[in-house]
Design a protein around this ligand. Structure first.
Ligand code: PLP
Length: 391
């Protein structure tokens, strides 16, 4: 599929005739044991794409997804699959770090990634230094001889700061430091990460790849320089994905472009409407000028997905809770990227260590789904009515 446009690669990627026969979608091949015809054949198996070895390392069902994801990042050596987005993040970090190393981690990172760094990684002797997500090329000032890796998430999934990924990658590359990006928000469709200089790009496929709130899956796509290390670590850690989940992810992937375009359109409509409401202090949507790093989004991204946050004007947790619980069309729950709209309260102030979070009211994160955005706006308007007025 090289040379073809993204939408075409999404539809045809990984659908090799030898993996799917006459069937459109590569079927679910379940396996632990793989049987070989000879000792020589057993000994030559690699477990890579097209080479059965052991069920844990994949069958045609997995290869189709791995190849399709790899084709979305030109120049990538390959993709590995994990049982969740978090498992993909932790495997990628373990693949490139060892005791004594220092890791540079953005301060606005997804909470469980932070917990992994402050817990397990620390126990294994890796020091995590948090940095301002808006640091840009200033990241060079934090690098020293122990710095082994820089982790980015752009935009940050709670407060939506857009990072200068190319500048951070250039500073890292000049010093032989590995770069990792959690690209779940943009996906390769809106931000091709390897082209921006990233070494290991991570997707929580749970979100937009799956797209239907019924799948947990992660992936890491790597450059030729880092792929073997990633594979070694992932095999040593015993990572594997059920073929049913790989199949479901492949199915989701085929329609990801159209879904993302609709998430984008709906979310922009809601975000612009929210910006004009007197109860709203700021809308943190990368495509809107209130959002930190908005200019970088304009420069580097080709689109925006459905996740963003907004700050309420005044009020506290009780007022925010009342607002959230008045919503009828927004589900209250974790994760995002499905066809349905979701809402969660977010409280970044107590999590930050390198930067401080100040706002004149509480923060709310929305995922805008595929409902009619006018219905979502009516729902928000009803729930916002009277916000902040004391009972
Ligand atoms: C930015 C980001 N990365 C990674 C993850 C982890 O994905 P999973 O839920 O599949 O573990 C999430 C989940 O919410 C996320 O928001």
């Amino acid at each position: 599929m090289t040379g073809k446009r993204t939408d075409t690669r999404l539809v045809h990627g990984g659908r090799r005739r030898e993996w799917r026969g006459r069937i459109v979608n590569p079927p679910v091949h379940r396996a632990s044991t793989i049987l070989f015809d000879s000792v020589a054949e057993l000994r030559s198996a690699t477990g890579g794409l097209g080479s059965h070895y052991y069920g844990l390392h994949g069958t045609e069902t997995h290869w189709a997804l791995m190849e399709a994801l790899t084709e979305l990042e030109p120049g990538a050596a390959g993709t590995l699959l994990y049982s969740s987005g978090l498992a993909a993040v932790t495997a990628a970090l373990m693949a490139v770090l060892q005791g004594g190393d220092e890791l540079l981690m953005l301060d606005s990172v997804y909470g469980p990634t932070r917990r992994f760094c402050d817990g397990l990684l620390k126990r294994y002797g890796v020091t995590t230094v948090y940095y301002d997500p808006l640091i840009g090329e200033g990241i060079a000032g934090l690098m020293n001889e122990r710095t082994r890796a820089v982790f980015m998430e752009s935009p940050g999934s709670l407060t939506m700061e857009v990072q200068d990924v190319p500048a951070i990658c250039a500073a890292a590359k000049a010093r032989g430091i590995v770069t990792l990006l959690d690209n779940t928000w943009a996906t390769p469709l809106f931000f091709p990460a390897l082209a921006a200089g990233v070494d290991l790009t991570i997707l929580a496929g749970t979100k937009y790849v799956g797209g239907h709130a019924d799948l947990l899956l992660g992936s890491v796509t790597a450059t030729p320089d880092t792929y073997k290390k990633l594979e070694r670590a992932s095999w040593d850690l015993g990572h594997g994905v059920s073929p049913d989940d790989a199949w479901l992810a492949s199915r989701g992937l085929r329609t990801m472009a159209v879904r993302l375009r609709q998430h984008q359109e709906n979310a922009l409509k809601v975000a612009h409407w929210l910006r004009d409401q007197p109860q709203v202090a700021a809308v943190l949507h990368p495509a809107l000028s209130d959002c930190p790093g908005h200019a970088l989004w304009t420069r580097d991204f080709t689109g925006a997905s459905g996740l963003f946050s907004f700050g309420l004007r005044g009020g506290g947790d009780a007022e925010r809770t009342r607002f959230i619980e008045r919503l009828e069309l927004f589900g209250l729950g974790y994760s995002w990227g499905g066809y349905e709209s979701l809402v969660v309260p977010v409280d970044p102030a107590s999590i930050r260590t390198a930067t401080s979070w100040r706002a004149d009211g509480p923060l709310v994160r929305l995922h805008i789904g595929l409902e009619d955005p006018d219905d979502l706006i009516e729902d928000l308007a009803r729930a916002l009515a009277g916000y902040g007025e004391r009972a």
